[in-house]
Design a binder for this molecule. Structure first.
Ligand code: HEC
Length: 156
């Protein structure tokens, strides 16, 4: 009997000890995760505040030439015409080079009255690139990754 009791105590102690370690690791991970979630929440909440110089220039151009038809950072639905360029639209389904061509040369998928005007008389290719850089700040990181893959597949 005493042997069994000792064995139980030892077992209990060892068990408790490793449990405590697992718990410490778990708490550590939760703390790290919390810090990461907090950080990404901040990063997600303030893209407008944390624009690079390029994105900031894109914002000025977008506000002047595009926002009246395509709207802003939020709102809209996938099938809106003119399409939304934010995370609710489908702009992120297309590679940069295709988007640049659409903006410079214009585009009309169906109805003449719902036409994307050509901007090549107004904007340079570099201007359009910074506008795209700004639009991309509205996309989720998954959308940005997906679009980067599409570009890689298209060899652009
Ligand atoms: C007068 C309204 C109008 C203005 C201004 C305008 N667009 Fe468009 N745009 C449209 C319409 C309408 C379409 C959809 C054409 C279609 O589907 O046939 C479109 C389509 C597009 C598309 C292709 C669809 C997509 O999102 O993948 C892109 C990219 C685009 N516009 C970017 C821009 C950018 C950048 C600017 C500013 C430099 C701009 N547009 C200014 C009306 C406009």
């Amino acid at each position: 009997m005493p042997i069994r009791e000792d064995a139980l105590t030892d077992e209990g102690t060892v068990g408790h000890g490793s449990h405590g370690l697992a718990r410490a690791i778990f708490i550590g991970l939760v703390t790290l995760l919390g810090a990461w979630v907090g950080w990404s929440a901040c990063a997600g909440a303030g893209p407008e505040l944390a624009l690079t110089a390029e994105e900031g220039r894109g914002r000025v151009l977008y506000t002047q030439y595009c926002a009246q038809c395509h709207g802003g950072a939020t709102g809209g639905k996938l099938k809106d015409i003119p399409p939304r360029h934010n995370a609710n639209g489908h702009t992120w389904h297309h590679p940069d080079q295709q988007l640049i061509e659409i903006v410079l040369n214009g585009f009309s998928f169906s109805v003449e009255s719902q036409k994307m005007p050509a901007f090549k008389a107004t904007l340079t290719e570099e201007d359009v690139r910074v506008v795209l850089a700004y639009i991309k700040t509205w996309w989720t990181s998954e959308q940005r990754e997906w679009q980067a893959k599409v570009i890689a597949q298209a060899g652009q």
